[in-house]
Design a protein around this ligand. Structure first.
Ligand code: HEM
Length: 335
């Protein structure tokens, strides 16, 4: 074949990838541990997928950074489509734990000590992804500890991600700008909605009305929240009236963000259980308390929890206040 034709291996730089496994236990003077190859390849596969997810998330951020993103535009479709892809990759990442679990704890012990102090804890791409999605430093379990084991250049990657606009912040801005909210759902709409919601609560749930006030009306500074009251009202409106054509994509956007949180959480729990099974209650090679550390991080690191929480404030479809004729027209296909 011609030398200058695009060649499969060169295009994919396969020589670099296929030569990129160098198990510690295979080195001179050591006893080769068969499963170390699997251990390396599975981590490499994860890191490649993290790279792809970051690529998608960065492109979503670029689109959402635009000051005037039209809900009815192809760009919104692109955002939703790429987030769906992220959730699909995450599902594969959760399943890949099955492959890791074909390694037994004794197989792992054959090379575990040779890895110290390296650990998945040093995966800067994973932490960058959390930050790009919207996990803030203040919400991290263990605070400073999460970067303590990283080289400065990788700490910088994460700090840069934390200092730039996250998906969650951009979502807040986008929801606040939602055009129909002011016309379709003014103060009287929300007063009426609050009444209907209040009457749907069981006696033991009456406290939810205080939560309703805090989430949808309390804009006092110092609240530890990422979504403002206006943004929360817009998100609830989208969830309630998602049957209207113009709200379908916005609804899918919210739904995929919840799916991302759910898949990331599934990964964390599966990883944590695998760790428990593999090393019991021993500390991790990265020096953390191991399973206990992972459990606390899994419980705390939900990024889109404020969207999930809005589902506590839904009412039955048949009780939804009817929308005015003008706004109904705007939300339809033909306006
Ligand atoms: C035998 C298999 C594995 C064991 C025993 C294990 C163990 C651990 C432990 C104990 C930690 C906590 C930090 C520490 O003290 O080291 C950790 C963190 C982590 N591991 Fe693994 N791990 C395994 C496989 C994997 C794989 C395949 C990945 C894929 C990339 C991975 C990614 C991570 C990440 C991203 C963290 C940081 C989690 C966070 O800070 O919330 N681990 N791992």
């Amino acid at each position: 074949m011609e030398n200058n034709a695009v060649y499969y291996g060169a295009y994919l730089q396969l020589e670099k990838i296929i030569e990129a496994q160098d198990p510690e236990s295979f080195k001179e003077g050591k006893t080769p541990a068969h499963d170390e190859m699997l251990f390396i390849i599975i981590h490499q596969a994860y890191e490649l997928w993290f790279k792809q997810i970051l690529f998608e998330v960065n492109s979503v951020i670029d689109i959402m950074c635009k000051p005037a993103l039209n809900d009815n535009s192809p760009e919104m479709q692109t955002v939703v489509h790429r987030l769906k892809r992220v959730t699909t990759i995450l599902k594969v990442l959760v399943q890949q734990i099955d492959i890791m679990e074909t390694m037994t704890p004794m197989d792992f012990l054959d090379f575990r000590d040779m890895l110290r102090p390296a650990s998945g804890f040093q995966s800067w791409q994973f932490k960058e992804l959390e930050a790009k999605l919207g996990l803030k430093f203040e919400q991290r379990h263990g605070k400073e500890y999460y970067t303590a084991q990283l080289r400065q250049e990788h700490v910088d990657v994460i700090k840069n991600a934390e200092g730039s606009k996250s998906v969650l912040q951009l979502l807040n801005g986008w929801l606040e700008r939602m055009p129909f909210l002011k016309e379709g759902a003014d103060t009287s709409f929300w007063e009426n909605y609050r009444k209907i919601y209040g009457s749907s609560l069981a006696d033991a749930e009456k406290n939810n009305l205080t939560g309703f006030e805090e989430i949808f009306n309390d804009s006092s500074p110092g609240n530890d929240r990422s979504l403002s009251p206006e943004a929360c009202r817009a998100a609830l409106f989208i969830m309630l009236y998602r049957g209207y054509p113009l709200l379908q994509l916005p609804f899918q956007l919210l739904n995929y963000l919840l799916e991302i949180d759910e898949q990331l959480s599934s990964w964390r729990y599966r990883h944590m259980n695998m760790v428990h099974r593999m090393i019991g209650t021993r500390i991790g090679t990265g020096g953390s308390t191991g399973k206990d550390y992972l459990k606390a991080a899994a419980d705390k690191h939900y990024i889109f929890r404020e969207i999930a929480q809005l589902n506590s404030f839904l009412i039955e479809r048949r009780k939804l206040p009817a929308l005015g004729h003008d706004i109904e027209k705007k939300l339809g296909f033909v306006s």
